[in-house]
Design a protein around this ligand. Structure first.
Ligand code: PLP
Length: 399
């Protein structure tokens, strides 16, 4: 058989999906499984979104669409950005993709040549590493352990940017930690970024509407508008609007970058489907009551999770203020055993928890932090308390 391309040897299937698959298999075998593993919001968009999709279906143009995205969609995105204080964008600054994941891939293709520096904080969302490896970038991880609340410090960023990576990728609110940077923290990081004009900045801020405790969402551009010529802002309908399967991601940045992504689209996907685009317009510009209500619900669930974790001796967890993840340091369990099964690391722990208690979480090593595990708490509300109770029992039973 002929050889596959070398880049495929560097591509790995998503670690999160592997846990989810195992949980699904156990469920199919009749086990009572509570899934805290996959990062889906677990709600549906408002009726107006479905109405817009149906209308688009009835008025199907029968044509290919714009490589960049339909004008109405770009305009809705521009207005949506303005609501969070990101103003002054035109259609030429924007592009769309099949989810933010696709845009990240396109941006990696557009901005990184082989061997170029690609810096991002750890813990990271899993695909950053995988995409970086596929394009053969020189990945530069910036460790942000629980002792520093999983947050990047200005001194760390300064040292990283001094190495002149081509791209610095920043994620706020964070998947997997749920941490949110305050206005002052963002301003301090932005002060560092202005010193290093050689580096593109991608802000993957797809959870920007899911911020708790009144902290607010802040971007480097709020602090330093002069960074507009090299900051690329990413957004997505997946989490905010309960539309992960619709696959719609959006970006805004310098015209050259938006054009590069548009050109890649013209060769990959041609266009985001018309019906998805119409649904996107309705989601972005219609009533926001569903996302607002869900954000309040997630904040209450975050409190519930944190209250239980606080009762488990030795488990340490910086308090998340956004998205729908909690990322406790569970290393207190390492070196112990459960039901005779040794727990040497996060993977053993997640396997034992799934097998013994039917609770699926994702090992922290999938995100570059092997001391932790990720709890995604969007499950139906009645499952949350029993799932947390099982985690508490599991830790109490460690020997
Ligand atoms: C931080 C982050 N960025 C990007 C994505 C991808 O989102 P999308 O569904 O728009 O591809 C995810 C999805 O989990 C995410 O958590």
């Amino acid at each position: 058989m002929p050889q596959l391309a070398r880049r495929i040897g560097r591509a790995k299937p998503s670690a999160i999906m592997q846990v989810a698959e195992k949980a699904k298999r156990l469920k199919a075998e009749g086990r009572d499984i509570i899934s805290f593993s996959i990062g889906v919001p677990n709600f549906l968009p408002g009726e107006h979104v479905y109405a817009a999709a149906r209308e688009a279906l009835d008025k199907d143009s029968g044509q290919y669409g714009s490589n960049r995205g339909a004008d109405a969609l770009l305009d809705a995105f521009i207005a949506h950005m303005a609501e969070i204080g990101l103003t002054g964008y035109t259609r030429a600054n924007c592009a769309t993709g099949v989810g933010a994941k696709h845009l990240i891939y396109n941006l990696a293709e557009a901005l990184l040549d082989e061997g170029d520096g690609f810096a991002f904080p750890t813990p990271y969302w899993t695909s950053y590493l995988d995409v970086g490896e596929i394009v053969n970038a020189d990945i530069q991880l910036l460790p942000c352990p629980p002792e520093q609340d999983y947050k990047l410090t200005p001194a760390q960023l300064d040292a990283a940017l001094a190495k002149k990576p081509r791209v610095f990728l920043f994620n706020n609110p964070s998947n997997p930690t749920g941490m949110v940077y305050t206005r002052d923290e963002i301003a301090a990081l932005a002060d560092v970024i202005v010193k290093y004009p050689e580096t593109w900045i991608i802000t993957d801020d797809i959870y920007n509407r899911m911020v708790f405790d009144g902290v607010g969402y802040h971007n480097f551009l709020h602090a330093r508008p002069e960074l507009r010529d090299r900051v690329i802002f990413l957004d997505s309908l997946s989490k905010t609007y309960g539309m992960p399967g619709w696959r719609l991601g959006l970006m805004a940045g310098p015209e050259e970058v938006a054009q590069a992504v548009t050109t890649l689209n013209s060769n990959h996907i041609t266009n985001v489907p018309e019906i998805v685009g119409a649904a996107g317009v309705a989601a972005l510009s219609g009533p926001q009551d569903v996302p607002q209500q869900k954000c309040a619900e997630f904040q209450a669930k975050r409190d519930q999770v944190m209250a239980v974790l606080a009762e488990i001796p030795g488990v340490v967890c910086p308090r998340p203020q956004g998205a729908f993840y909690v990322f406790p340091d569970v290393s207190v369990a390492f070196g112990k055993s459960h039901g005779g099964k040794p727990i040497a690391n996060d993977i053993d722990l997640c396997n034992a928890l799934l097998e013994a208690k039917g609770v699926a979480c994702v090992p922290g090593s999938a995100f570059g932090e092997p001391r932790a595990l990720r709890i995604s708490y969007t499950c139906p509300t009645p499952q949350l308390a029993p799932g947390l109770q099982r985690i508490r029992e599991f830790f109490a039973e460690l020997a």
